[in-house]
Design a binder for this molecule. Structure first.
Ligand code: NAD
Length: 351
């Protein structure tokens, strides 16, 4: 039995992790610390009996110390962040505040409770980071490995890179037992509909344009969120303190291929599932037309990284991590989840 503190557990990946962990470790108890920004949603974890939501800010160091001590937390899994690159371009400050100062606050609290007061209580601080800290790859460059030099290009990735360095420094300087995973683009249930896959799925259902940045040929690796959760679980079980591990989905795809697959899946769903045309009458597919007619090219994101690719050899060899989902069936399952859970996303999209 263990007691976990999960920051950002009402967000997309953190929420999926809470569901995953509760099912896989029914004897454990989970405290979720989340301040419920626009991206946090208490309904994401409402049904998980083992999880208690504390609405609070990771920058509140005293609150974090209190939670660690009072709940005898041995494992802290840190997801909380400002996570959307476009928002970091229009307003970087929140990214510096939450991602850098927030991570520092957690590290300070963990150091005090686990090392100073607790005299070295067995513990683990696991930090969730991104492949974006490594910068942008050319078409023939080798994939990012754990030893690739950091070269973050957006305010988002720069703030995550800074937090990664702080986590590393707390291990090196103070002996805090930390691990970090750098993952690729996640997709799956409970993702806020500003990110590519849920945005395009829901736009397609409502007959709204599918806005494609630039030429649509930016490349990303796609990781099903459940595989990511399994990777984190493996890092907690078998990761070595001080180490970092890349977690990928083994699915490197240009955005256009992702978008074409979304269009094909939506068309297929309307052909196969009764009643969808009545529920979503504005969808082209409801009128027998291809969803692809909604594709629209828009001005590229400023500083848009061209390609990310992830080499997860170390996680496979040292953690036994192997992604289980292929993109095609993972995407079909994700669409199905959004169709079956309209009550979750309806309040988040414009009428
Ligand atoms: P998200 O935006 O869906 O959720 C973030 C959560 O953090 C929200 O519930 C929000 O309310 C909470 N939060 C934000 N600021 C907070 C604060 N100051 N105090 C307490 N809670 C706060 O993000 P996500 O997509 O689930 O990403 C989770 C983590 O994974 C982030 O650290 C992100 O950088 C990283 N990551 C995400 C992806 C991806 O594809 N989504 C890829 C790589 C890495």
């Amino acid at each position: 039995m263990a007691n976990l503190l999960v920051t950002g557990g009402a967000g997309f990946i953190g929420g999926n992790f809470v569901h995953y962990w509760a099912k896989a470790h029914p004897g454990d108890s989970i405290v979720v610390l989340d301040c419920l920004t626009y991206a946090g949603n208490r309904s994401t974890i409402a049904g998980v009996e083992q999880a208690e939501l504390v609405v609070g800010d990771i920058r509140d160091t005293a609150l974090v110390e209190k939670l660690l001590a009072e709940h005898s937390i041995s494992t802290l899994v840190h997801f909380a962040a400002e996570s959307h690159v476009d928002r970091s371009i229009s307003g970087p400050d929140a990214f510096i505040d939450t991602n850098i100062l927030g991570t520092n606050s957690l590290l300070k609290a963990a150091r005090k409770v686990w090392l100073d007061t607790g005299s070295g209580t067995p513990h683990r601080f696991h930090h969730i980071s991104t492949d974006e800290v490594f910068g942008s790859l050319g078409p023939h460059d080798p994939a990012f490995s754990e030893t690739t030099a950091y070269a973050p290009n957006s305010p988002y990735s720069a703030s995550k890179a800074a937090s990664d360095h702080l986590v590393r420094a707390y291990h090196h300087t103070f002996g805090l037992e930390v691990t970090t995973t750098n993952c690729s683009n996640n997709y799956g249930p409970y993702q806020y509909p500003e990110k590519l896959i849920p945005l395009f799925l829901l736009n397609a259902l409502h007959g709204r344009n599918l806005p494609i940045y630039g030429d649509g040929m930016n490349v990303r690796d796609w990781l099903h969120v459940e595989d990511h959760c399994r990777g984190i679980e493996a890092a907690l079980a078998r990761g070595k303190p001080g180490e970092t591990y890349n977690i990928g989905g083994g699915e490197e795809l240009p955005n256009m291929a992702v978008i074409d697959r979304i269009c094909a899946e939506v068309d297929r769903a309307f052909a196969e599932i009764d009643g969808l045309a009545q529920r979503f009458p504005d969808a082209p597919a409801a009128k027998g037309r291809p969803t692809a007619e909604l594709k629209t090219f828009v001005t590229d994101r400023a500083g848009h990284d061209r390609r990310y690719a992830i080499d997860e050899t170390k996680a496979r060899a040292e953690l036994g991590y192997v992604p289980a989902h292929d993109f095609e069936s993972g995407l079909a399952g994700t669409l199905r989840w959004y169709l079956d859970n309209e009550a979750w996303w309806r309040p988040l999209v414009r009428a």
